[in-house]
Design a protein around this ligand. Structure first.
Ligand code: GUN
Ligand code: ZN
Length: 449
């Protein structure tokens, strides 16, 4: 592949920023150059320096005055819930039973799963998300569709066939044996193929019998390098029901601990209402709490104490995510806008540098994948997002008043969405423009560049 040289304003984090003034925590290159070779970032620096080192036949793409960042990472969402978004329900359990479970039953049909998988990746790319951690449905067909489409697009994806054997419609239930064997099959079919990562995925303790939790535990022992994803402590009624189902456990977190499901590759969606004891255990096991702000507000689940968990003596590792379709937007910018507002309601500050760290390097570290994605470091995958802070007339007007980089980032987070994503690169390939051109072609519209 011919090398590509991108020119633009580069931003990439070295570590979590300690304050808004912590300019040591990131690289910012005003007139930056980023060289892509064979899908990887080959070099980064000033445009002049990178250009001087590049081959004579390098293809140049000028993104000035836009920002070039590592592609966004979404740590938790449900691929079969694209048609569940915007469902009117009083709370989590009503929403699951009324809309979500019936919709997920449809994914037994591979044609449906394949159709939704196409839309799923289109939406991620349109919103600048290049890596995501997804739940499929209980059906192996859904995992096959999910991973096949990821491979076609050459995207780095984490996903899993959901395991669930009770408290849901018959069409959504497996058994401990089926869940175990089909998960093993998904691992052997897809893990490590292309850029795919398979996650062991018991939906949550309510929908898994103790026998299925044992099967999950066996998978975790057999495949210790795989991610594990599940839900934890999202809603008060859910917590009460869960603890009734596992009366021997001290609390919700203890249920997962009893099956050895806590650890540095374990991702717990929501984790809003943890006790001090649970937060200690999460910290001691290096487990990750995944904050899903638009979902938590939409379902009225609660206010995630992100800052309080991060500054404990025993800090909890944190990721951020959309949680489509409990979440209401595919945009990680909108996600961090809502995360900011939740901290405001808790009397805390979440500054824009922290937000952009979380969406990129922070989530990559939470996934133990920072050596591959989440930064602009040479040698890592060229998965990138290009952001335009003047994407709408209202944003352009506000931008006139912006004086600093954090102000621009905050404007993008507060007012931006997919319209602010000028381009998305997947393994070095400009994918958003291609997608839009294809959409226009299929609609037989004139292509506007
Ligand atoms: N808990 C168990 N399943 C789900 C789900 O699909 N969405 C959310 N938000 N919480 C869950
Ligand atoms: Zn979820």
């Amino acid at each position: 592949m011919t090398p590509t040289l991108l020119r633009g304003r580069l931003l990439s984090f070295h570590r979590a920023p300690l304050s808004l003034a912590d300019s040591q925590s990131y690289l910012y290159q005003e007139d930056g150059g980023l060289l892509i070779e064979d899908g990887l970032i080959a070099s980064v620096g000033t445009y002049a320096d990178v250009k001087a080192k590049a081959a004579a036949d390098v293809v140049e793409i000028d993104h000035r005055p836009h920002l070039i960042l590592p592609g966004f990472i979404d740590m938790h969402l449900h691929f079969p819930q694209m048609q569940v978004i915007a469902s009117y329900a009083a709370n989590l359990l009503e929403w699951l039973n009324t809309y979500t479970f019936p919709e997920e039953c449809r994914f037994v049909e591979s044609a449906h799963a394949e159709r939704i998988a196409t839309h799923f990746y289109d939406e991620l790319i349109r919103h600048g998300t290049t890596t995501a951690v997804a739940y499929c449905s209980v059906h192996k067909t859904s995992a096959d569709a999910f991973f096949a489409e990821a491979m076609k697009r050459n995207m780095r994806m984490v996903g899993g066939k959901v395991m669930m054997d009770r408290n849901a419609p018959q069409g959504l239930l497996d058994t401990p044996e089926m869940g175990y064997h089909e998960t093993r099959q998904v691992i052997s079919d897809w893990h490590g193929k292309g850029r795919n990562h398979v996650a062991i995925t018991p939906r949550f303790a309510i929908t898994s019998t103790p026998a299925q939790m044992e099967a999950t535990s066996a998978l975790a022992r057999e495949f210790p390098d795989l991610h594990i994803q599940t839900h934890l402590s999202e809603n008060h009624d859910e917590i009460k029901f869960t603890c009734e189902l596992y009366p021997q456990a001290i609390d919700y977190t203890d249920i997962y601990a009893r099956y050895s499901l806590l650890g540095p590759k374990s991702l717990f969606g929501h984790a809003i209402h943890l006790s001090e004891r649970e937060a200690d255990v999460m910290s001691e096991t290096a487990s990750v709490a995944v904050h899903c702000p638009t979902s938590n507000l939409f379902l009225g689940s609660g206010l995630f104490p992100l800052k309080a968990l991060a500054r404990r003596d025993k800090p909890v590792r944190i990721g951020v995510a959309t949680d489509i379709g409990g979440g209401s937007s595919y945009s990680m910018l909108k996600t961090m806008d809502e995360a900011y507002k939740i901290q405001q309601l808790l009397g805390e500050r979440l500054n824009p540098l922290e937000s952009y760290y979380l969406m990129t390097r922070g989530n990559a570290e939470a996934l133990s994948l920072a050596d591959r994605v989440g930064t602009l470091d040479p040698g890592t995958d060229a998965d990138l997002v290009v952001l335009n802070a003047a994407a709408t007339p209202a944003m352009a007007l506000k931008l006139e008043a912006v004086k600093t980089l954090p102000e621009e980032l905050f404007l993008l987070q507060t007012m931006g969405d997919d319209r602010a994503v000028a381009e998305t690169y997947v393994a070095g390939v400009a994918s958003k423009k291609t997608l839009q051109a294809n959409l226009q072609k299929s609609a037989d519209l004139p292509i506007i560049s």
